[in-house]
Write a protein that binds this ligand. Structure first.
Ligand SMILES: *Cc1c(COP(=O)(O)O)cnc(C)c1O
Length: 347
């Protein structure tokens, strides 16, 4: 069975797991005089994460959801308006900060342009006509199919947002996929935003964890919110050690995932009913299956019976995600299975 449901399926290798055995540990829920926790492995990970993103400070979180929701609640109070894209993960999938019983933030939606990047005019219009407290962006944009916001657009977003004194939070769950695809560094992308979260548990291949990076005083406030949410952890170095291993060893290999993705998409372009929603930029292929006359769920079921596990993606689409452990051969095999379904239906 080839499993392309998500890049969260990566499994830690032996060396990554071995890093846990030698990791120095402490109580990360107790803060020292500098406001950092007492677990040395978590501190080292936070320091390196801050360095890599070019931010002053960082805070380790158990998930990307916790990092994003902590950021939203650190910036905003109930009834504040937040500019988001309707399909971005922190709104569409996470919900808590916008929930009427919990965070009570008010979403104001902005559109993506034809390149799946935040539409500048739409955002400008919203920033000047309403009282907005925060702008949220997602790079890469998961439900658009792993599409990137390029440096020029990042810089434009910074300019218009900061002209209205509105800070920017970036959900960079796949920040390093974006940096690899854009041939730039994570720090160059993050220079244009106030805060960023990225995931260790996606393409970087660690089992658990995310990190929230931003200004020192802001991260100190975020630590209080994380605690409220139950996110204070104790010997969290057992999670931080594999994440550190991932930062040191697995960033440079993301390019390989992107090549496998492009290879598979190229084979799929020979299908007659299968249409690529867009040509893939990173590690995700989004396939429009509306001509099959079935639901994405039914399509996934058919694929699974032939040995390929995938999931519904954007409306009318199914999604293939490539990650560490998925080989070039798997990519070819996945395309073969999908083209077989295509042929059976179209003949
Ligand atoms: C996976 C994901 C998250 C959340 O990460 P979890 O660790 O699963 O909570 C946030 N944003 C995006 C874009 C993601 O893909």
């Amino acid at each position: 069975m080839i499993d392309l449901r998500s890049d969260t399926l990566t499994l830690p290798d032996h060396e990554m797991l071995a890093s846990i055995l030698t990791a120095p540990l402490g109580d990360d829920g107790r803060l020292d005089k500098n406001g950092q926790g007492e677990d040395p492995s978590v501190r080292a990970l936070e320091d390196l994460s801050a360095h890599i993103t070019g931010k002053e400070s960082a805070m380790f979180c158990c998930s990307g959801t916790m990092a994003n929701q902590t950021a939203l609640l650190t910036y905003c109070h109930p009834h504040d308006r937040v500019l988001v894209n309707q399909l971005q993960h922190l709104f569409h999938s996470e919900k808590m900060a916008f929930h009427e019983r919990y965070g009570q933030l008010i979403p104001v939606f902005y559109q993506l342009d034809q390149h799946f990047m935040p539409d500048i005019e739409d955002i400008q219009e919203n920033l000047t006509s309403k009282k907005i407290s925060l702008l949220c962006i997602e790079n890469t944009h998961n439900f658009s199919g792993g599409t990137c916001i390029n440096l020029q657009r990042m810089s434009e977003l910074e300019k218009i947002s900061h002209a209205c004194n509105v800070p920017i939070h970036m959900d960079g769950a796949r920040l390093f996929n974006a940096a690899a695809a854009l041939h730039t560094s994570a720090a160059e992308l993050c220079r244009h935003v106030d805060s960023v979260q990225f995931c260790f548990s996606k393409g970087l291949g660690a089992p658990i964890g995310s990190v929230l990076c931003g200004p020192r005083a802001w991260i100190q406030e975020a630590r209080k919110i994380r605690k409220l949410l139950g996110g204070n952890m104790r010997q969290a170095g057992v999670m931080a050690a594999p994440a550190m291993y991932a930062l040191k060893h697995n960033i440079s290999r993301l390019e390989e995932d992107h090549q496998n993705t492009a290879f598979c998409a190229d084979l799929l372009s020979k299908g007659s009913l299968i249409h690529l929603k867009n040509s893939p930029q990173t590690n995700i292929v989004m396939i429009d299956i509306q001509e099959f006359g079935c639901t994405p769920e039914q399509f996934c079921h058919t694929a699974e019976k032939k040995g390929l596990r995938i999931l519904p993606g954007a409306p009318g689409c199914v999604r293939l995600v490539f990650y560490k452990g998925v080989t070039r051969h798997d990519a070819a095999e996945a395309a073969r299975i999908l083209l077989q379904i295509d042929q059976e239906k179209s003949s």
